[in-house]
Write a protein that binds this ligand. Sequence first.
Ligand code: AHR
Length: 641
Amino acid sequence: SLNIENADSGQAIPSIMHGVILETNINRGDDGGLYAELIYNRAFQENGRSLDGWLIFGQASANINTDEPLSTALPAQMRFSINAQSNNISGFRNGGFAGINVAAQNYTASFFYRPLTNSYLPGNTLSIGFSDSTGQIIYAMQTVNVSKAPINQWYYFTFIITVVNAAPTSKNFFFIQFPSGSQGDFEFNLISCFPPTFKNRPNGARNDIAQVFSDLKPGCVRLPGGDDLEGLSIPERFIWNNTIGFLENRPGRRGRWIGYNTQGFGLLELLTFTEDIGATPILAVYAGYSVDGKAVPEDQLQPYIDEVINELDFLTASADSNKMGGLRKRLGRSQPFDIRYVEIGNEDFNGYGPQTYGYRWRDFYNALSQRFPNITFIATTTTSITTPPVVDDHNYQVPLFYIENFRRYENVPRPGPKVLVGEFAVINDDDSQMDNPWGSGRISFSSMKSAVAESVYRIGFERNSDIIIAGLYAPILQNVDITQWTPNLIVFNASSVLKTTSYLAQKIFAENLGNIILHSTATNSTMTHQSVQQGQEGDGKLGNLYFIATKNTDNNTLIVKLASVDSNDTIVKTQIHGSMASATGTAYILSAGPGVDPSKVANTMDNPNAVSIVTKSISSINGTWSITIPSWSVVVVTLPL
Ligand code: AHR
C-alpha cells in the first residue's frame, strides 16, 4: 500500500521541471518542420548555391546567377531563361520539404523578382499555385501582375493563393508559370509560401506541429541546440544577429545535421514561440567551440563574449535605454524577454571540448554573470572548471539504465551544483546494449517500454527537485521523411503529426505538476510505514513500482505519479494521512495492454494510436482509494485534498 502524508515536506518542485530541447536543423525540425515555410531551398542556398529541389518545365532553362544579387546575405538567385518565343507554358516548381500539404485555406506567397533587359512577359502576368508532381492537376492558381517591377531591379511581390478543395495527398508542388509567348531572362529569389501560422504570427510556426508542441505543456524549452548551436565550424555557429530582421538579410548557414539552415525561424521566432506556448526558455549561447573540435583561443575570445552580451542585451534590455533593446523594438518587440537561464556552450565534455572549456567557461561566465546578475548560468560539464551554479547532464540510453539509475540524483552531492538534465531519451530498447546504446537495436519510435523507463527517471527528477532544475527529452522534432536521429518526441510529415508514446508519457507528467513534494512511502505486507528508510525499498520504489506524491498548493490537489516495470498488474491501495476527505479525482493511464511485450508497442506513423491516454475516475473514501496499475504503465492520479 501507498502511505501519503498530507503535510508539506518543504521541498519545492520547479515549474519548469519537464521540458524539451528544440534543436534547430536536426531532422529538419525547423526548416521543413516547425517553421511553416513550405518552399525548400527558397533562396538557392542548398548544396552551396544550387537549384536543388526546383524542377523546370516548358521550353526553358534555369541556372544560378550572382550578378546584382538581392542582398549580401542572399548572393545567388535563380535566372530563369526562355530562349525562343515559346508557344508552351513554361515555369518551375518545388515539392517542398518532402511534400506540400494543400488544404482548403489561404496561403501567403511572395518572391523577389527582377526582369532583365531582354525579357518579354505577355500581359505582365505570372500564374502561381499548387499542382500535382506533373503539373497536370492544378489545385489552385493565382495570377500576379508583375508590371511594377522595373527592368533590372529587384521588386517584392506578395499575394494570397486560395485553395478551395484540398489535394488528396501531400505529394504536391508549388509552381510559378509563365504564359506562352514569354521570352528572355527573369530572376527570382526568396520564393516563399506560408499556410496560416500558429497564433497567426507572420513568418511563424506550422499550426499542427506547434499545437502538438504546445499541448505537451513543456515547462521549459532549451534552444537553439545542441550541436546546431555549435555549428560544423566556428564561422558556421549560431550567430544570433544573422537570424533576425528581414529574411533577405539572413544569410543562414550550413546545418550541423542536414543541408542548409535558413535561420528563417530565428532567435525572435524561437523565443516568441516559446513564450506563446507558456514555456520558459533555456537559452544556449555559443561558447567558442564547434563540432569540428576547434576552439577559439583564449586571447581571441573577447569578440565572441561580446557577441553573447549583445545577444542578451538584445533580448533582455530596455528598448528605450539600450541600443540592442532599441533594435529589438524596431523589429517589433518592445517588451524584453524573460530570460532566466542561459547555458554556456553545448556538451563540452565531448571531443576536445574539455581541453579548453576551463578558460572558455571562466571567461564567458565571469563576463556574463557580472553583466546579467539575475540570470542563472549553466555549464555543460564540471570537468576543468570551478563549481558552476548548474551543470547539464546528458543521457541517451536503454530502459534498464533509467530504471537502475532511479536514485542517480540522490547520490549527487548537495548543495550542488544543481543539475539540468538537458538531454535524455531511451534510444535503444535492448537492455543488453547499455554499454553501447548507439549500436544494434536503435529504435525508430519510442515504445511503451521506453516511455515507462523515462517516467521512472522523471519521478527521480521530481524526487530530487532540490537539485534538479529540469529534465528535457531530446530531440523533440522529426520530419519522418528527412531524418538523421531517432527516436524523437513529435514526428511529422508534410501533412500529419504523431504524438509518440514518450510524448504521451511526458504530457501527463508535465500537465500534472505539483509544486511541493509530500512524504510518501510504500509498504507490503511485511513492512511497516515507519520502517521505510530514505533511499531504501519503500522510499519512492517498492519492487517494480516507482512513485512520488506531490501537491499543487494553488488548487489543493494531490498528484501521485507511478511507473510500473512489472509484467503483472499491481493493485495499489492508498491512504492519505492527515486528510479524511472523500473526493473524486482522475487517473491518467498509459499502458501497453495485458500480456504484451512493452517494447513491441509504439505509436508510429503507420499505427499512430497504438497507445493512448485512458482516463478513469478515482474516488477516495475517508482518504483511501485503490487503483490497479497495469503492467508496464505510467499512471498519474489527481485528487482534490
Ligand atoms: O539531441 C541530439 C544531439 O545529441 C545534440 O545535438 C547534442 O547536444 C547531443 O549529442
